[in-house]
Ligand binder design. Structure first.
Ligand code: IDP
Ligand code: MG
Length: 153
């Protein structure tokens, strides 16, 4: 099974939506392989958002991402990167479809509730950037036979 990397952004912490967002991932049947709270700094954000450093909104984005500690997560599941991206929805919450996390919980392009990896390759890079190996847990929930058929696991 694959892994993906999630950040519950300061907008989620400030708006007390942590439980609602995590509940969505759990109800879907995704396995929490790692979870912790941390304060991001400019160094890690320049790496994480390297594709955006030249954009005019980058300083505002960095400030926003450091406004409170964040909660970072590693989720595990079959095809989890694409499953989670479709659960999260379009980048701008105002364009995100109802039923998605951004579509249901936000009104902003920047303050958009969660980060989720966009490919298996980036997920591996992001997990390694934010977690030490011993912070990721490989366990089998007792519910696994109800989550997947044998040939899907
Ligand atoms: P994604 O989070 O949907 O993968 P990216 O293009 O990777 O979107 O952008 C990373 C983050 O940068 C977004 O989640 C959002 O917080 C912020 N962002 C992206 N585009 C804009 C913009 O045009 N204005 C302000 N913030 C933006
Ligand atoms: Mg992105």
């Amino acid at each position: 099974m694959e892994q993906t990397f999630i950040i519950l952004k300061p907008s989620t912490i400030n708006r007390s939506l942590v439980g609602d967002v995590i509940t969505r991932f759990q109800r879907k049947g995704l396995i929490i392989a790692g979870i912790k709270m941390m304060q991001l700094d400019e160094k890690i954000l320049r790496e994480h958002y390297a594709h955006l450093v030249d954009r005019p909104f980058f300083p505002t984005l960095v400030k926003s991402m450091m406004a409170t500690p964040v909660i970072v997560m590693v989720l595990r599941g079959k095809d989890v990167v694409s499953v989670v991206r479709s659960m999260v929805g379009a980048t701008n919450c105002r364009n995100a479809a109802p039923g998605t996390i951004r579509g249901d919980f936000g009104m902003s392009g920047q303050e958009n509730i969660v980060h989720a990896s966009d490919s298996n390759e980036n997920a591996a890079i992001e997990v390694a950037r934010f977690f030490r190996p011993e912070e990721i847990f490989d366990y089998t929930p007792v519910t696994l036979p109800s989550l997947y058929a044998p040939d899907e696991r």
